[in-house]
Design a binder for this molecule. Structure first.
Ligand code: NDP
Length: 313
């Protein structure tokens, strides 16, 4: 029997919609590489990936739009076969529909499957949301002091109710305390919380809280982040498991770790050969997962606004 593939697994969200467990991330800090995203998305879709993750902030949506046009024109997939996620950035906290409309236009689609609030924060910025990360002379992020991050979600709910531009609503980078506040006030429960997660940062407490509230977790930066040199690729426990599971590569181990734990995972790759080589779902056991998580834990991603999020609560 041929092995199960990463792309075979789907979950049901708390609003009844289906989501593919394995997606392609599209954030790339080096803008000069953005043109490679078009081929990466095309290759991923040709290889069976049906979930694409992007955001207003990434500036990669036009390149994804080109790829989508190509696969739709060639009849590889139809719009309804794909699950597309985008996000509203804190500098667009009071212009949520404008943010979504730019994403839809650049992607060349009429709706997104999942619209996320990118951070539980509001930044003080210009009318078009630039600078996207406003900082003062000391390099401190400039928050919109009078704004409330819960209002951003309220605007998302309004668009969800009044238009057909969004299928499901969710959040990203929400620690437990912010989720609790949101759950008290929201009318549409978020289906998803997208957070940094990997064996060196398993986020167990936040994951448990999400599970209790039927909010599915998406693991971002599953290799610790491209900008950080994908440090999880050097993880000794994951390497040891490639000895146990000889027919699988280390990427498959590190992505199956999430899917075998009930999470969505959205690794980024701009390398078509790599995309083609990462296919199989590894039949990891509970013991393998405990073994992977048993090392020291640390968050790899960092940004000037992290101190304002309240991580750890
Ligand atoms: P990942 O942790 O997925 O790492 C991606 C990098 O790992 C790429 O540069 C890739 O290179 C490299 N890589 C993959 N396999 C190997 C290998 N075997 N050996 C060496 N290098 C390898 O990074 P991201 O931070 O991009 O996270 C994934 C996605 O998550 C993002 O693209 C974005 O969509 C989302 N995200 C969301 C955030 C949020 O705030 N909501 C924050 C951060 C990310 P190559 O291109 O050559 O394959």
């Amino acid at each position: 029997m041929s092995p199960k593939l990463l792309t075979d697994v789907y979950y049901t969200l708390n609003d009844g919609k289906k989501v593919p467990a394995f997606g392609l991330g599209t954030y790339n800090e080096d803008e000069s590489q953005h043109h490679k995203i078009t081929q990466a998305v095309i290759t991923a879709i040709e290889e069976g990936v049906r979930h694409i993750d992007t955001a207003w902030y990434y500036e990669t949506e036009p390149y994804i739009g080109k790829a989508l046009k190509d696969v739709f024109d060639r009849g590889i997939v139809k719009r309804e076969d794909l699950f597309i996620t985008t996000k509203v950035w804190p500098s667009m906290h009071d212009k949520v529909e404008k943010s979504l409309d730019r994403s839809l236009e650049q992607l060349g689609v009429d709706y997104v499957d999942l619209f996320l609030q990118h951070w539980p924060l509001c930044f003080e910025s210009g009318p078009d949301g630039y600078p996207a990360t406003p900082v003062d002379d000391a390099g401190e992020i400039i928050l919109a002091e009078k704004a409330d991050y819960l209002d951003t979600y309220r605007q998302m709910e309004e668009i969800y109710h009044k238009t057909s531009k969004i299928k499901s609503l969710g959040v990203a980078n929400f620690p437990v305390r912010k989720l609790k506040q949101l759950l008290k006030t929201c009318k549409v429960k978020p289906v998803n919380n997208q957070i940094e997660c990997h064996p060196e940062f398993p986020q167990t407490e936040l994951g448990d809280f999400c599970a209790e509230n039927d909010i599915i977790v998406t693991a971002y930066s599953p290799l610790g982040g491209g900008g950080n040199g994908a440090p999880l690729i050097k993880n000794k426990r994951a390497a040891a498991l490639t000895e146990k599971y000889k027919d699988y590569n280390i990427n498959e181990i590190l992505y199956s770790y999430h899917i075998q734990s009930g999470r969505i995972v959205i690794p980024k790759s701009l390398n078509p050969k790599r995309i083609q080589s990462v296919k199989k779902l590894v039949p990891l056991t509970k013991e393998d997962i405990e073994f992977l998580e048993s090392g020291p834990h640390k968050r790899y991603t960092d940004n000037p606004w992290y101190g304002h999020v309240g991580f750890g609560y």
